[in-house]
Write a protein that binds this ligand. Structure first.
Ligand code: PEP
Length: 255
């Protein structure tokens, strides 16, 4: 049985004071949930250390939103995998569509980052998804197949057992327009099938595949009760303790 993972991607929001307020509110609101689903918060880099100390003694976990594919050296402005694991980060979001769009990240770069993250003991949340043009052209399956092959290039079965895939249709991110539960479930089934073919059914069955794209308290239950959907990567709705808690509540009820 796969455990649901709800992750909050705060993007470039919340300074250190707002980080403390949101985490303190979440700790209060989530204290009755008793570890029924996994929850991870992904604040911006400057808030990670403070966030780590605020979540101690709670079930909340910490993730980063990005990292470099390099180990160290002359890469001004970058943050390495070892830096993240040294401050107690457990997860890192890689290949988010905003990184692909604004910072020209390719599947090849994402693949290099996944390898570095695993080497440092981080759990990568690897984002893939088609654009609106690709969906309308009827090539979603082809795009997902290529992305899975490329982001998992040269990874072993034991590597793939340690990663999480987030299916995030680009047209659904931050737009208020989510994939229907059935649309999302179909793509998740395809991802699991591809992983089963490349690796094994045992690896595929264990793989956590999150859905991301305008998840909110109103649509979370319908999405999360789909058999192939193992959690959510939540952007906008993770910025308020009320809406994020209601999504977690929906996750608990859905499984
Ligand atoms: C995201 O940032 O990964 C995301 C899915 O954003 P939103 O929930 O705002 O669409």
């Amino acid at each position: 049985m796969r455990r649901l993972l709800i992750a909050g991607n705060w993007k470039m929001n919340k300074d250190i004071h707002e980080t403390a307020t949101l985490i303190n509110e979440l700790k209060e609101r989530l204290k009755d949930f008793k570890n029924q689903v996994d929850i991870t918060l992904c604040p911006p880099f400057p808030s990670l250390v403070v966030a780590k100390s605020l979540i101690k003694d709670s079930a909340l976990k910490l993730g980063a939103q990005n990292m470099s594919q390099h180990d160290d050296g002359a890469y001004t402005g970058e943050v390495s995998a070892t830096m993240l694991s040294s401050i107690g980060c457990e997860y890192v979001i890689l290949g988010h569509s905003e990184r692909r769009q604004h910072f020209k990240e390719t599947d090849e770069i994402v693949n290099a980052k996944v390898k570095k993250a695993l080497k440092s003991g981080l759990t990568p949340i690897v984002c893939i998804g088609e654009t609106l043009e690709e969906r309308e052209a009827g090539i979603t399956d082809r795009i997902i197949t290529t992305q899975i092959k490329d982001v998992l290039h040269e990874l072993s079965s034991s590597d793939v057992e340690k990663i999480i895939i987030a299916y995030e249709p680009v047209w659904a991110i931050g737009t208020g327009r989510n994939a229907t539960p059935d649309q999302a479930n179909q793509v998740h089934r395809l991802i699991r099938k591809l992983v089963g073919q490349h690796y094994s059914w045992r690896v595929a069955e264990k793989l956590i595949i999150q859905y991301g794209g305008s998840v909110n308290p109103q649509n979370a239950y319908a999405l999360l009760s789909q058999p192939e959907i193992d959690g959510a990567l939540v952007g906008g709705a993770s910025l308020s303790s009320d809406s994020f808690t209601r999504i977690i509540q929906a996750a608990v009820e859905a499984k």
